[in-house]
Design a protein around this ligand. Structure first.
Ligand code: DAH
Length: 371
């Protein structure tokens, strides 16, 4: 910028016009380079600085030797000049504001909005439930804080029976003053909802019960003290073990593909007689034998069996207490089957996951794979 103060020798209109036009030009050429806030501040100081500002220096120089009659037109023109300078300082702000409105930078990455998804365990749980909904089952839920009666006794686990040891139980504190059947605990399985359902309604029953269960187990690669099950119960006249086999064979094919085979292995549960473990042909090796199936060709997946008459008897007792003396669960007429499966185990086999802890880690790199 030109720092010398321009000379003004005469004060007639023409001389003022050309002198101010020259300064105006100077302002305009400076105003064309105001792209950054720093340049704007430098421009402002250069022109409007209180002590050394160019506007002040020029007006002092020109007013000093001005005749009295020239003072007014000079003052008016200096005011206009000041407005020009201020307008130049406003302009870049307005210009950049307009750019925001008009210009969209299509090279920017943009805002990615990730929609939430159901947790993989929930996805598997819903998938299992859906298979049974298609067979005409409905869903029932029950409480996680359960009484000893529903969790064990009514399911034919008597007090102190060794079968209770298979389900290491988390007891609710300070229950000592209650009758043993009323003591509260965290349910160890979803089976107590079988009892709750049968006490509340007469056959025919076809229900699935998804939910959370709790056991005092140490966490390792395949165990977690809190996990999920889907229980099933079918009670009616003429329900046989063949119905159980057909239903579960269909469900396993629906979940793991029509190529899987099922096999029923004798087992024991207090609330079913006979009881079985259901195994499917190994989906990793097709049954040839691999590490996943411990070289047996089969993977054990769930427990099942025909409802034990002792369970119907406990249900009938409860219904009588409620005034329902209706013989609805007379074992001479009524039979049923039940089954229960672990959701984590099924999800781990579906997705080839070897550490159950991944489900609970909240690690987005794991969870994102199920979106
Ligand atoms: N409640 C059993 C458990 O948690 C699983 C089970 C087995 C449920 C057999 C059933 C059944 O309904 O019939 O180990």
């Amino acid at each position: 910028m030109n720092d010398a103060i321009p000379q003004l020798l005469t004060y007639d209109e023409t001389a003022l016009d050309s002198a101010f036009a020259a300064v105006s030009d100077e302002v305009r050429s400076g105003a064309s380079t105001l792209a950054t806030p720093n340049a704007q501040e430098a421009f402002r100081l250069h022109w409007l600085g209180r002590k050394q500002g160019r506007l002040k220096l020029i007006s002092e120089a020109w007013l000093k030797s001005a005749p009295a009659e020239a003072r007014k037109p000079l003052g008016i023109r200096f005011n206009q000049l000041k407005q020009e300078i201020e307008a130049a300082l406003e302009a870049p702000v307005a210009a950049s504001g307009a750019a925001v409105v008009r210009g969209i930078d299509i090279t920017l990455p943009g805002t990615v909005r990730q929609p939430g998804i159901a947790h993989p365990l929930l996805q598997t749980m819903e998938e299992i439930v859906r298979v049974f909904h298609h067979l005409g089952y409905s869903t029932n839920l029950g409480p996680q804080v359960e009484s000893d009666f529903y969790n064990f006794e009514a399911l034919n686990f008597p007090q102190n029976h060794p079968a209770r040891d298979t389900q290491d139980t988390l007891q609710i504190a300070n229950q000592g003053s209650k009758a043993s059947r009323d003591r509260l605990l965290m349910r160890t399985h979803t089976s107590p909802v079988q009892i709750r359902t049968m006490v509340a309604q007469a056959p025919p029953i076809r229900i699935v019960i998804p939910g959370k269960v709790h056991r005092n187990d140490a966490a390792d690669a395949t165990h977690s003290p809190i996990f999920h099950q889907v229980e099933g119960l079918c009670v009616d006249t003429n329900i046989t073990f063949s119905d159980l086999k057909g239903t579960l064979d269909h469900a396993m094919k629906a979940l793991f593909g029509s190529g899987v085979k099922t096999r029923f292995f004798p087992s024991f549960f207090p609330f079913t007689e006979p009881s079985a473990d259901v195994q499917i042909s190994c989906i990793f090796c097709g049954g040839k034998g691999c590490r996943k199936c411990k070289h047996s060709g089969w993977i054990e997946l769930l427990g099942c069996g025909m409802v034990d008459p002792a369970v119907f008897a406990a249900v009938t007792d409860e219904r009588r207490k409620l005034g329902l003396d209706d013989d609805a669960y007379n074992p001479d007429r009524i039979t049923g089957f039940a089954f229960g499966m672990g959701v984590e185990r099924i999800a781990m086999i579906q997705h080839g996951i070897s550490d159950i802890g991944q489900f609970y880690s909240g690690d987005m790199r794991f969870l994102e794979q199920f979106a």
